[in-house]
Design a protein around this ligand. Structure first.
Ligand SMILES: C[S@@+](CC[C@H](N)C(=O)[O-])C[C@H]1O[C@@H](n2cnc3c(N)ncnc32)[C@H](O)[C@@H]1O
Length: 586
């Protein structure tokens, strides 16, 4: 599979159209030619946003295709309408920083499309193939690297020990991928794209490239986040079976006419797409040289923005760091998210034992739940991502990285303060403390802020390099926070002096302690006042030390009673009810 890796600049010899009518699908050259026209028009605009002017004279095939999807092609109508954001529980807040991501539910159109593609495929077959995919993913998760690698057993053949392997997707595996992995990948890409459109609400990509498209996951996410705004998409994958399934699913949802499916990179070396996406691709490519080529290719093909999404594991994070480092080294790109800075990633250091990743809650489709045999239909998708913007002749006003720290883990809520692990704009991972004394609203925000959100309010205490690692000593921080917090609190009322603890005294038999319970009154149901505990046993013999040692060694005798000594007189049992209680119950 790897030998068939895409060569940049290779001639576009195949345009995969699957079962589509050849006449309805635009050729890659047509798309790129149209795209070129769009880019020229864009470059003549002063605004960096890629919203196009409507120019009837230069109407292209692309425009005609767009018109099929859009009721009106006026510039205003191409802006995303926030009301159209389809996920039920995902709200668009007035203040983007108070936006809570909620739970992602897959669009109904995707459900229907997958159902129609899988029609007639037996469930057990899908599960068997899905287990092969899971085995491959687990074996390449990085856990099997290194000397002390644990032994992993196959899910499909539980008696087999897993060895590292990538699978070549055939038609069956590609179909199983639709149910087993695509929903999760969709959710991750969707969340990354939402982040992009939150940062750049005016950005509407006219053309997009999905590199390593698989079943077209990123295209679905793009269509979802742009509320169906028509974008010409080029879907590239070395695997023909995957491309076939991508086209089938696209056809079922009727967006395939705006897409080109290809096993090869665009032939035009000057081709650049407004948006390039690469989801879960780099963790599939083992060879570092091939990965470096792929990173260069995806950056060369990016006209404006590049979105890379990968596994939320240390391995996935490493791949993201590779892209980030390479692009920063080129000097023609800005990191838009998640990093609020362009310095070296503070978590890219082995010693931190942590990695930058985020989580998004999702509702599992029913079929996925059956295939995965999960007890609930809720899952948290862990992922790493990176959004980069290219500085080019057409895009001169590069967006600066966000000035707000990014929250790197779920907030740690303590009494009266919240601890947040953040990546701050100075390029440090820090642990910040937000106490109640910073204000009711800020404190409330700190308790509600989500993992992966930006934190705009600052902090009372910020300790650099301590957010690096959820393994950092939380207790130590809690102490610091507590001390800080206590200063802000009103002085507490002085505590009541504690009652003196009962002391154990040995008395001679016959002695009467001043606190001796009044046995006569006990027999009437009275409870003795708490006082000294009286040990009425006989005095210890001079050689009793040995016996004590024996009992401490656990010889079964109760502590303090030498073996053979007469057992102490039975302790009188106190009445269970206090006199007052007795009164009440009467
Ligand atoms: C793990 S799948 C991810 C699919 C999809 N992007 C998603 O998120 O669901 C990786 C895909 O990348 C493709 N792939 C692997 N190496 C590639 C390369 N060098 N160029 C293009 N595609 C590649 C594989 O065929 C596979 O379909």
């Amino acid at each position: 599979m790897m030998r068939r890796a895409i060569r940049h600049g290779a001639k576009l010899s195949t345009t995969w159209t699957g079962n589509l009518q050849p006449s309805t699908a635009p050729t890659a050259d047509a798309v790129l030619a149209n795209h070129h026209v769009d880019r020229q028009r864009l470059s003549s605009k002063s605004s960096p946003a890629t919203t196009r002017d409507h120019d009837p004279a230069s109407s292209t095939r692309h425009d005609q295709q767009l018109a099929k999807v859009e009721p009106s092609s006026s510039p205003g109508s191409r802006r995303r309408d926030p009301k159209l954001v389809p996920f039920g529980s995902t709200k668009i807040d007035k203040d983007p920083h108070r936006h809570k991501s909620g739970m992602t539910v897959l669009p109904a159109a995707l459900h229907d499309a997958v159902d129609s593609v899988l029609q007639g495929t037996p469930g057990p077959d899908i599960r068997r193939h899905a287990l092969r995919i899971f085995d491959s993913l687990r074996s390449t998760s990085g856990i099997l690297d290194g000397k002390n690698a644990p032994r992993l057993f196959s899910l499909l053949h539980p008696e087999q020990v897993l060895t590292k392997h990538h699978i070549a997707y055939d038609a069956n595996l590609a179909r199983a991928y639709l149910v087993s992995r695509m929903p999760h990948n969709f959710v991750a890409v969707d969340r990354a794209l939402r982040e992009l459109f939150k940062i750049r609400p005016d950005f509407i990509p006219v053309s997009a490239l999905d590199l390593g498209t698989g079943p077209g996951t990123a295209i679905w996410a793009l269509r979802d986040t742009t509320a169906g705004a028509a974008t010409l998409v080029t879907a590239v994958d070395v695997n023909a079976a995957m491309l076939g399934v991508a086209a089938e699913v696209g056809k079922a949802a009727k967006w395939h006419e705006n897409a080109v499916f290809s096993e090869f990179m665009p032939a035009n070396p000057n081709a650049a797409f407004d948006l390039t996406m690469a989801a879960y691709l780099l963790s599939e490519v083992e060879d570092p040289k091939m990965r470096a080529n792929l990173i260069k290719t995806m950056w060369d093909l990016t006209g404006d923005t590049l979105v890379v999404v990968d596994r939320g594991t240390p391995l996935g994070f490493q791949r993201i760091v590779e892209v980030r480092d390479w692009v920063i080294k080129q000097g023609n790109g800005t990191v838009l998210a998640p990093c609020p800075h362009m310095n070296t990633c503070p978590l890219a250091n082995d010693k931190t034992r942590d990695w930058c990743h985020f989580a998004q809650r999702m509702q599992l489709p029913h079929k996925t739940q059956l295939v995965r045999k999960t007890p609930t239909n809720i899952d948290d998708v862990k992922f790493s991502y990176l959004i980069l913007r290219k500085t080019s002749s057409t895009n001169t006003s590069s967006t600066a990285p966000s000035p707000h720290p990014r929250v790197l883990s779920p907030p740690m809520k303590r009494g009266g303060h919240v601890l947040l692990d953040v990546c701050d704009p100075s390029g440090h991972a820090a642990r910040i403390i937000v106490p109640k004394s910073m204000g009711k609203d800020i404190y409330k925000d700190a308790r509600k802020v989500g993992w992966g959100d930006q934190w705009p309010h600052g902090a009372k205490v910020s300790v650099p390099n301590r957010g690096a690692g959820r393994f950092a000593d939380v207790a130590e921080f809690t102490d610091v926070a507590d001390k800080k917090d206590k200063k802000d609190k009103k002085p507490k009322k002085p505590k009541k002096p504690k009652k003196p603890k009962a002391e154990r005294v040995t008395v001679e038999e016959g002695d009467v302690s001043p606190a001796e319970p009044d046995f006569a009154s006990l027999s009437e149901g009275m409870v003795p006042r708490p006082g000294r505990v009286v040990d009425a046993r006989p005095p210890a013999a001079p050689d009793a030390g040995k016996a004590h040692a024996a009992s401490a060694a656990g010889d079964g005798e109760p502590e303090g009673s030498p073996p053979g000594a007469p057992s102490p007189p039975p302790t009188p049992r106190a009445g269970r009810r206090s006199p007052r209680r007795k009164l009440f119950t009467q």
